[in-house]
Write a protein that binds this ligand. Sequence first.
Ligand SMILES: [Zn+2]
Ligand SMILES: [Zn+2]
Length: 129
Amino acid sequence: MGVIRITKSVKALLNAFAEQEVALSTVALVEQFQDHMNRSTVYRILERLEDEGILHSFTGSDGLTWYALGNKNLLSGKANLDTHPHFQCKDCGKTECLPMSVSIPDVSKHTVESVSLLLVGQCSDCASV
Ligand SMILES: [Zn+2]
Ligand SMILES: [Zn+2]
């Protein structure tokens, strides 16, 4: 594990997550930063931040990769970033981490390395309209 260099680009991306407090898709991030960095830079930084455990990623119902801050409060124990579910609103597209953990069944003779649970529906804003 290398120490991540906090360049201006890395900082800008991290700020985007800190400000919005929801998950962001690669497409939205590339668009948001298109004047400052190219697509491959965005992808490279996201991958690096995930390697460092600062972000985690998951696949949305749209097939896009989404990233969110790896908030320790959301995680059970120290390691497994993937044991919390994600929620995606089918109306406004808001996508967020749910602060609960899912227990993973033991599958005999199989080794489970990652888990992904995506809940799709209406968020509280859309459901109350
Ligand atoms: Zn919504
Ligand atoms: Zn998450």
